[in-house]
Design a protein around this ligand. Sequence first.
Ligand code: ADP
Length: 260
Amino acid sequence: MTTTLPLPAPPAPTDTPDPSAVAAAARDAVKTYGSGDAAVHALDGVSVDFSRGRFTAIMGPSGSGKSTLMQNVAGLDTLTSGSVSIGGVELSSLSDRQLTRLRRDRIGFIFQSFNLVPTLTAKENIELPLDLAGRQPDQAWFDELVSTVDLGSRLGHRPAELSGGQQQRVAVARALVSRPEIVFGDEPTGNLDSRAGGEVLAFLRDAVDRLGQTVVMVTHDPGAASYADRIVFLADGRIVDEMTDPTADRVLDRMKRFGH
Ligand code: ADP
């Protein structure tokens, strides 16, 4: 199977900021579980750039390596070989403590299962990453986030008192509150009905368009993927295709052609 590798980005001019700068990248990423005949190549040589200020979806059949790619680019796991970088920082060059700090300060996560702290209010959950980092919230930014996720009247409520869509919007605000370099979502709308999922996706889209946020999202849902600027398709641990400016119909069509 041939692997379609993206062309390297042209060198950035030194005097002007490069809007297409890379927020995160993987180079020749290999992740192998087990050994010998039992070896599973979850990633089999993946090179990909995630551009700053863009929304990228990662798609592919179950077991194709989507979660493994995301976990490794996010520094939650380590590759068998190859490299990943966040904001130009090679993760393998960091000590455990530096990696923990980079994850805390420069990466936001949104999981399928919301992962909110049940005993904290919505407001406290949103502020948690800042509390852990010993940082004060930027009040203007906090207010903008809260009004954008439309949670103003629910801030004093605990997760159990919120709908699934509201809980995930709290999780999205929490992921964005520290203005991370990049936000990773692993099926962030997987537990939501289509209306609530649409609200969360529209918010992520807005964060990219208005705030220049970088988002990388794993999804199997063509409708969710259509919110992205670009889709990277994985199969058997390799990138096999890409699509820019996707629509749900084009994604569905592509999935039908490839039999998944
Ligand atoms: P996807 O997210 O596309 O469903 P994954 O990245 O979860 O795929 O998995 C890719 C492959 O790696 C699968 O064959 C899976 O069984 C295997 N795999 C993932 N995690 C582990 C693990 N901890 N131990 C062994 N095999 C694993």
